[in-house]
Design a protein. Structure first.
Length: 269
């Protein structure tokens, strides 16, 4: 049996798949990316060994289903009742996990929004307003225009949340903006490029821009001219929204929703 298994799994394709799967699994278990905080490398690199394990698993299942020797040669593993149960259980678990993740990605927000105390209750309406305003802006904004929104959670208290409602909201602003953003993260996100020397000044000025009381329109115009920003987005969640004398309500408006505004400032490319 051992010799037969060795012969069956000794062809070049199978050996290569086994080698890449094992190396990939060892790598993602022992190596962590420190470029960004969520170890993006760890859970994305795992897709590589998963792909080769899928190929090997398909060969094994095919040999059991069609009979030894008909698919991919003699794999050298006899389909006993116990092995079949284990294999079916693993397949069901894998399919269930994939279905669960796909469903949760789509129902997470509606489920959270249904809970009045979750902090996500108003998020669908807020996200829709922002999407509508950005769509109007993109119809007139040059492709090279730079946009800025408040990337820092005004509340600041995480309450144990992995992702706060405002962080979830700001990710939507980043995706819906459709233009380059000056500062889209609370931290200096220069790991994949950019000059970190300007980051501190940009962050300090952006925090002041969205603070309360809101700076004047002249101050905001100076901010945009200094950093090359063409449009400023602001929502009712931002502290400066309620200051009627600030830039939020005095600069030329490009798109306006009940809880979201985009104003023009600075010179456009």
């Amino acid at each position: 049996m051992v010799l037969r298994a060795r012969r069956a799994w000794s062809d070049d394709a199978t050996s290569t798949a086994m080698y890449l799967a094992v190396c990939g699994l060892v790598m993602v278990m022992l190596v962590r990316s420190s470029v960004i905080s969520n170890n993006d490398f760890g859970y994305r690199a795992a897709l590589l060994p998963q792909f080769f394990l899928l190929l090997l698993g398909a060969r094994l299942v095919g040999s059991w289903w069609f009979g030894l020797g008909e698919v991919g040669g003699d794999v050298g593993v006899v389909a006993t009742k116990a092995r079949s149960r284990v294999l079916v259980g693993l397949m069901v678990l894998g399919v269930a996990g994939t279905v669960y993740q796909a469903v949760m990605l789509r129902v997470f927000l509606p489920l959270e929004a249904a809970r009045a105390d979750s902090g996500f209750a108003a998020l669908p309406g807020e996200a829709f307003e922002a999407r509508t305003a950005f769509a109007a802006m993109r119809r007139i904004a040059p492709a090279a225009a730079v946009v800025q929104f408040n990337a820092v959670d005004p509340v600041g208290d995480r309450n144990g949340d992995v992702v706060t409602p405002y962080e979830f909201y700001s990710r939507g602003l980043l995706m819906d903006s459709g233009r380059q953003v000056l500062n889209a993260e609370p931290a200096c996100a220069t790991e994949f490029g950019g000059d970190a020397r300007d980051c501190t000044a940009i962050q300090a000025a952006t925090r002041q821009l969205y603070a309360m009381p809101a700076p004047s329109g002249e101050w905001a115009m100076g901010y945009c001219g200094r950093f090359g920003v063409g449009y400023l987005a602001v929502s009712a969640l931002d502290p400066g929204w309620g200051d009627k004398a600030g830039w939020v309500w005095t600069l030329p408006v490009v798109a306006a929703e009940p809880g979201f505004r985009i104003v023009r400032c600075g010179a456009l490319p």
